[in-house]
Write a protein that binds this ligand. Sequence first.
Ligand code: DON
Length: 575
Amino acid sequence: MKLVDRTKNSAAAVALLSLSTLSAGFLEASPAFARDAQQPVLTASAVAVADKYAADAAEQIFKEGGNAVDAAVAIAFSLAVTYPEAGNIGGGGFMTLYVKGKPYFLDYRERAPLAATRTMYQDDKGNVIPGKSLYGWDAVGVPGTVEGMWEAQRRFGKLKWKQVLAPAIQYARDGFVVDEQLAKRGEEASKEFGGKTNFDQYFSEMKAGTTFRQPDLAAVLTRIANDGAKDFYDGKTADLIAAAMKQGGALITKRDLQEYKAVWRQPVEASWNGYEIITAPPPSSGGVGLVQLLKMKAMLAPQFKDVPLNSPQYIHLIAEIEKRVFADRAQYLGDPDFYKVPVAQLTDDAYLAKRVAEVDPDKPSDTKSVQPGLGTSMPEKAETTHFSVVDKWGNAVSNTYTINGYFGSGEVVPGAGIVLNDEMDDFSSKPGVPNMFGVVGSDANAIAPKKRPLSSMTPTILTKDGKVALVIGTPGGSRIFTSIFQVINNIYDFKMPLKDAVAAMRFHHQLLPPNTIFWEPYQPINGDLAKQVEAKGYVLKGQDFSGDIQAIRIDGDTPEAVADPRGRGVTRVIQ
Ligand code: DON
């Protein structure tokens, strides 16, 4: 189970131990990193997270002397218990970090099982079988969260591993009071799974206002606290997962778990508007998409001049940019370990200037005319939740992780209480056939053993003069990076206070369906605005999901944290 370091910067080139060589010392004593002290540079540490239990966990960790990475890992395990619709140990994700003035990116995305095939979700006639990549055991990718947290905390944490697991174990063992939003999501998921998965056996007692306990999960977390990630990938928990998969007739075996690797990668970095953007590289499409969006909008400054935020003309110009980003996404983005993604070309200023020149300022350009910009021959071969954390030493963690749909595949590992993901749906089951988020893909995102499905998750950090300025991210599938883009615009182009920037209306276009603008329930496009947007040639479509931005902004030496009013997130600023 070797960890692979693809980070090129020298600070990242610390020795990486494999899990098999982990010493018991790490579980007992603070890691070496702790001995290399940093001076406080901020008045406080801060978090913005999806629920109050995770915020309490982070506060406890900071009070025990932990840093942003310790807090992030404690949050991730807590949310796996108290935010089971998306928080997880049965899924995967991405962590963007800024530690001691250096950027890092950890990819702990799920992988396809060893026995996966390109056409595994198609019938004999080559048609995609509806729901097969979304529900039940077949939909599950090999989970990466536990190894991701283990790796991040071992490399950068200050506290003992057991300390960061403690809050989650307590929530699982003693229970937590269920929020109305969670209870409602549980009921909806139960209806959606329709008794075809074992979801109800684990979650039917999860009622609003009552205490919900998860003893099986508490036992798993206790083993992970005692034995490290090894338990999940090569111990008792691995055996429980493999047995469940076998029982369900699905592909993941113990070998899949033993061979799982988290990967340190070079983040996507770009200069924009006086800031350095540090964001997610492939296998996310989000970082490339975000940089393309920000740069193209800056290049279109003359067209945007005096155009009011979220006016019909604003919506049109943004949709024109988004069209081109999604054309590139469908063609070029996939797992870089399998397909050489032309990141530098896709984010190159000269390339984007050429793309921007195609934008029609007056009307939507014809969808069919918008093709992937680098040509179709490759130039080189080639339910989610987010939390943001900064510590008073100036380190930051931006983490988005997921089991894809709410409560993932709907399957829970018997005897372990682990909700398993349905991340396999993020692959392109067949070229041109849309996935749950309506996005299509090509060869770059075809299924192959050990390959990671293309993601849109975009945990992002902005720095200025080497100091963290903004930590931001959200769930929302293909809406993730267009949402982050809009909030960044609101903050920096429209100079809105962080709270207003997060609360403001968001909309989305993704090339297909043609000239369709999606609006969200929190701030719908309706009335006169709707009429004017339709008059420009767009179709308006409502979606039931609004995103859940968690952001921290640092101006001077004091962090300000905002949780999206669309969710049940909370913030804490800890002196
Ligand atoms: O990785 C991705 O892009 C998706 N699996 C994320 C799913 C998501 O954001 C669901 N939340 N609404």
